[in-house]
Design a binder for this molecule. Structure first.
Ligand SMILES: [Mn+2]
Length: 315
C-alpha cells in the first residue's frame, strides 16, 4: 500500500491503537509517538500500547500517549515491526485479533497485517512516517520531535551505511518544524553513562577476532552486566560498538538472556548480508544489520554464528 493510500485509510478511522516492537528502539518509539500526535491533531482518539521493555532513554517520548488498560480500539497499526516474533506479549493479543495496517522498512517484513506500507529503501521507519504525517496535516514540533529521534537513531546520527540523501532531506524538514535537535543529538549520541563506558571497556577486553581481524565477536554474558551493575538503560545500540574497531567488517554482539538463550546482533560493512546470516539461525533484519536469538551459552552462540557467517560468505 502506498503512503497516500495509507493516509486516506487512516483518515477514515478513529479509535486507533499503535503498537511498537519488543525491545523498543528510537525508531519504533519515535514513529509511534509522532503518528499518535498526528492522528490526535486530526481530532482522532489515538493511543500507543505500553511496551514493558521500554528504557528510560525512550520512555519520555510516549508520555501522554499510552493507552489505558481497557482500551478497545477499532483500528490497530504497527510501526517498525518486521515480523510476528517482534510483538511484545501485550502486542501479541492484538496480533491474534488482526493488525489492520503495518508501516515498516525491514526487507524481512512478514506481511502479518491486513495492509502493509513497506519501503525497504528507507534508513528508518521514521522516514516513511514523515511522508505519511505530511499527508495528514501540518507537521508540528510535537510530531516532528519524535520522528527526528526515529530517523536519527536508526541511522546512527546519519553515520551508518543506510543513510541516504533522502534521510537527510527528511531530517532537515523535521528540523524546520522547530524541534530541539541539538538537545536530542546530545541525549542520544553524545551521552554515555559511566556504567556504559565500563561495559564498553569489558567488551573490548573480551572481544574475539577472526579472519585477520575482519570478524569481531563480543560476548556479553550476564556476569559482565552484573560486574558493573549495568541495565538495559546502559546498553542502547551496543551492537554498533564492536564494528568500530579498525579492519572489522563483520561484528557480532552476543547478549546472554535470563531465559537461557543468547540474542545476537550482526553488523556488516564489507558487503556480507547480515540478514542471510541471521536467517540461518531463525532471525532477520536488514542487509547490514540483523539479529537472531538462539538457545545455549554465549560459547554455543559464538560457534553457531561463526558457522553461519562462513556459510553465507563461502556458500
Ligand atoms: Mn527501524
Amino acid at each position: 500500500m502506498k503512503i497516500a493510500e495509507a493516509a486516506a485509510l487512516l483518515r477514515r478511522q478513529d479509535n486507533i491503537l499503535i503498537l511498537t516492537h519488543k525491545r523498543p528502539d528510537g525508531d519504533t518509539v519515535g514513529c509511534a509517538a509522532g503518528l499518535c500526535a498526528a492522528l490526535r491533531n486530526l481530532g482522532k482518539r489515538s493511543w500507543v500500547l505500553p511496551n514493558r521493555d521500554i528504557t528510560a532513554l525512550f520512555a519520555p517520548y510516549l508520555e501522554g500517549y499510552l493507552s489505558p488498560a481497557d482500551v478497545q480500539p477499532d483500528f490497530v497499526v504497527s510501526v517498525d515491526v518486521a515480523g510476528r516474533g517482534m510483538f511484545t506479549p501485550e502486542g501479541e493479543v492484538w496480533l491474534a485479533q488482526g493488525i489492520d495496517l503495518a508501516f515498516d522498512h525491514h526487507p524481512s517484513q512478514e506481511f502479518f497485517a491486513e495492509q502493509t506500507c513497506l519501503d525497504a529503501g528507507r534508513a528508518a521507519c521514521g522516514e516513511l512516517l514523515y511522508d505519511l504525517v505530511r499527508e495528514l496535516g501540518p507537521v508540528t514540533a510535537e510530531i516532528a520531535g519524535p520522528l527526528y529521534v526515529a530517523v536519527s537513531t536508526d541511522c546512527g546520527c546519519f553515520q551508518y551505511g543506510n543513510t541516504t540523501p533522502a534521510t537527510h532531506r527528511v531530517a532537515a524538514a523535521l528540523m524546520d518544524a522547530g524541534i530541539d535537535y541539538a538537545g536530542m543529538n546530545k541525549r542520544h549520541f553524545r551521552t554515555k553513562s559511566f556504567k556504559r563506558l565500563k561495559i564498553e571497556s569489558m567488551i573490548v577486553e573480551g572481544m574475539h577476532l577472526y579472519e585477520n581481524g575482519r570478524i569481531a565477536v563480543a560476548p556479553v554474558p550476564l556476569s559482565m552486566m552484573a560486574a558493573v551493575g549495568a541495565t538495559e538503560n546502559d546498553m542502547e545500540d551496543i551492537a554498533a560498538f564492536v564494528g568500530q574497531v579498525e579492519g572489522v567488517e563483520t561484528s557480532v554482539t552476543i547478549r546472554e538472556q535470563r531465559d537461557g538463550r543468547c540474542k545476537m546482533s550482526v553488523r556488516t560493512s564489507g558487503g556480507l548480508n547480515a540478514t542471510r546470516v541471521c536467517a540461518l539461525l531463525g532471525g532477520g533484519g536488514h542487509a547490514a544489520a540483523a539479529g537472531c536469538t538462539i538457545p545455549g551459552t554465549v560459547e554455543d552462540a559464538e560457534r553457531a554464528i561463526l558457522e553461519a557467517i562462513r556459510q553465507v560468505a563461502h556458500g
